[in-house]
Design a protein around this ligand. Structure first.
Ligand code: IMP
Ligand code: MG
Length: 178
């Protein structure tokens, strides 16, 4: 697995420190509200788990699964819901938790979808952002790091379902996916 990694961008330690900050900020800003954290499967599972451990106010957790990529490294622009929320969200202050914002198509769709279902408020937490690739403007209130326009794996992010279990964020060698 390690032989396929060109470069480590973010170590476990650096990620841990950042998530601590993000959790503290969310805890301050959602005190006395009705927080529902919505993790987007599967890429955000590792980030979501670490983030909620750093949130020290009451919160609920749910997951959605969407697909836009299939097994390739380029977005199709089409978003499909594979798993919907389990609960009613009328009175919920939602934070959508994503692994990475790339084109922004997935989050743009999810925000509109949850708004249509009458969520009280919707904000976004994303561990990573690739601003160079954006096709639609997305406001990420809780952002971990900006990364260059390369294929990123680890800490939940996959290529063809692999590398999610790497504890750091790295760049995948081009020869693996080209
Ligand atoms: P978007 O809709 O183009 O913003 O794509 C978002 C989704 O694409 C993320 O949730 C990831 O699952 C996937 N993705 C985008 N860039 C990468 C990457 O560099 N590595 C792994 N997955 C990625
Ligand atoms: Mg993915």
């Amino acid at each position: 697995m390690l032989k396929d990694i060109k470069e480590i961008l973010l170590t476990e330690e650096v990620i841990k420190e950042k998530i601590k900050e993000l959790g503290a900020k969310i805890s301050r800003e959602y005190k006395d509200r009705n927080l529902l954290v919505v993790g987007i499967l599967k890429g955000s599972v590792v980030f979501t788990a670490d983030l909620i451990k750093n949130i020290n106010i009451p919160c609920e957790l749910d997951f959605m699964a969407v697909s836009s990529y299939g097994n390739s490294s380029e977005t199709s622009g089409i978003v499909r819901i594979l798993k919907d929320l389990d609960t009613n969200i009328d009175d919920k202050d939602i934070i959508i938790v994503e692994d990475i914002v790339d084109s922004g198509v997935t989050l743009d769709y999810l925000q509109r979808y949850l708004k249509a279902r009458n969520a009280k408020s919707i904000k976004i937490a994303a561990l990573l952002s690739k601003p160079a690739r954006r096709k639609t403007e997305i406001n990420v209130e809780y952002l971990g790091f900006e990364v260059p326009d390369e294929f990123i794996v680890g800490y939940g992010l996959d290529y063809a379902e692999k590398y999610r279990n790497l504890p750091f964020i790295g760049v995948l060698k081009e020869e693996v996916y080209k």
